[in-house]
Write a protein that binds this ligand. Structure first.
Ligand SMILES: Cc1ncc(COP(=O)(O)O)c(C=O)c1O
Length: 442
């Protein structure tokens, strides 16, 4: 598989051309990567009107993912906004209401996208035993919810930050039956395509889906994909939707990394991934043997429930940090580690040893707040564009939230714009360390 973007930039660098164009560093090495950092000069194609090397590289990615695939240099965040825009365009064409049903554990990009698109959202709440970071309804529950709320589209986050994956196949069947567009935030699951068999949402029946390539594949931060089912949207519609939310100066460093990843993803990534998943399964069983309680069913994530092992998530993450291991995410209850084919996780490695040698303590009993259903007062859009102010979270009871107030990661809102902040919400803000919030002025 070729790498047309990398080849172009390498050749351009070698020609030693006077760079009478952006960027301002002119290819002069200060940090080291400047010579490879170009802009949309002649021959370099144009991300949102691609018909040259970028299109060729995207075709390679489409071949790898088995469906039309488009690059983003601004993460899944950009793709999520584009997906919501496309869903609303689709709803208009189908003469459906601008209404999306969504699992409540959305990334904040979805909420701002809904505000900008002016669409309404019906929330599917986490089930019994799920935290506010998860929402994996059964196919039957999802179908009943869709039949009752009649949205144009369903938006699910799978895998979620804690490594729970929803039954996308079953839910996709329910969506097809009811004529509902299925969008999946697969930011954490680009690698799922390279498992045997694939667990990627597009292979399980999603209509459109985003992957943060940078989260689980060997790609620079910011690199992402937007995938769509063949024939669902035209190439022009997808490029237009992405361009609405992207810079007119996309990073060629990120484009090169997406391009360079393609031949690696063809081979040896799938083989390396399979080895990693086996090693991680083994590590998970060693950890369970010494008393760890783990969460999630995602094959390449390691989520520890810290309290049964006697730590808060913060303390466990700090203990690992002191042993030279930095986690992806921690909160009071969880520590999330994201291994991958580029990280050795055999039993004797530092990561495994840091966990296995961590002293077990008496379990901590305190439980996190249960997810709750705030009262909806205004639409997301009306609340987000209302006259508003910052106030201390402790004094927010009774007020209506304007911007979503989230810790990032995981960037999952506890209360959504337009909802009234109740006593439970204030307690949850306290628990999750949110000390101020943005509310509609009274
Ligand atoms: C579930 C989920 N969706 C979307 C995003 C946004 O992805 P990106 O950072 O690629 O913009 C994140 C980021 O962490 C995420 O966790």
């Amino acid at each position: 598989m070729n790498t047309p973007i990398c080849d172009f930039v390498r050749a351009y660098r070698e020609k030693n051309i006077i760079r009478g164009h952006m960027p301002g560093h002119k290819g002069r090495e200060i940090l080291g990567m400047e010579p490879m950092d170009i802009t949309e000069i002649q021959g370099a194609d144009s991300l949102y009107e691609a018909d040259g090397i970028i299109r060729e590289s995207e075709k390679n990615a489409s071949f790898l993912f088995g469906c039309p695939t488009f690059y983003s240099t601004e993460g899944s965040s950009q793709c999520i906004r584009a997906m919501v825009f496309l869903a609303m365009q689709w709803a208009g064409k189908q003469r459906k209401k601008p209404l999306i049903a969504a699992g409540r554990n959305v990334h904040k990009a979805f909420v701002t996208a809904a505000a900008m698109a002016g669409c309404d959202v019906e929330w599917l709440y986490p089930g019994e035993g799920e935290s506010y970071l998860s929402c994996c309804p059964t196919a039957a529950d999802a179908e009943a919810f869709l039949a009752e709320t009649k949205p144009a589209a369903l938006y699910l986050t799978s895998p979620d930050y804690l490594g729970h994956m929803a039954d996308i196949e079953g839910i996709a069947n329910a969506c097809k039956k009811l004529g509902v567009l299925l969008m999946v935030d697969n930011a954490h699951g680009a690698y799922l395509r390279f498992l045997q068999p694939s667990l990627h949402p597009m292979d399980l029946g999603a209509d459109i889906c985003c992957d943060s390539a940078h989260k689980t594949l060997p790609v620079l931060t910011g690199g992402a994909y937007l995938h769509a089912r063949e024939g669902m949207f035209s190439e022009k519609e997808i490029k237009n939707a992405l361009s609405l939310f992207g810079s007119t100066s996309p990073s060629y460093l990120i484009l090169q990394s997406l391009d360079a990843a393609n031949p690696i993803l063809a081979e040896p990534f799938p083989r390396m991934l399979s080895d990693t998943v086996s090693s991680l399964q083994l590590l998970k069983s060693y950890l369970q043997d010494v008393g760890y309680v783990l969460a999630g069913n995602e094959p390449m994530k390691l989520t520890v429930l810290a309290k049964p092992y006697g730590y808060t998530g913060f303390d466990m993450a700090q203990a690992l940090r002191e042993d030279g291991v930095e986690c992806e995410f921690c909160d009071a209850d969880h520590v999330v580690l994201m291994p991958g084919p580029m990280l050795d996780i055999g039993r004797e490695t530092r990561l495994s040893q840091a966990l296995l040698l961590l002293k077990r303590r008496p379990a901590i009993q305190a439980q996190p707040p249960r997810p709750f259903r705030p009262e909806r007062v205004l639409s997301i859009r009306d609340a987000m564009f209302a006259d508003s102010e910052w106030i201390p979270a402790e004094r927010s009871e009774g007020r209506i939230l304007s911007y979503v107030t989230v810790g990032c990661p995981p960037a999952v809102p506890i209360v959504v714009s337009g909802e009234r902040i109740g006593r439970e919400a204030v307690a949850a803000f306290r628990y999750f360390g949110i000390d101020s919030c943005h509310v509609v002025k009274e």
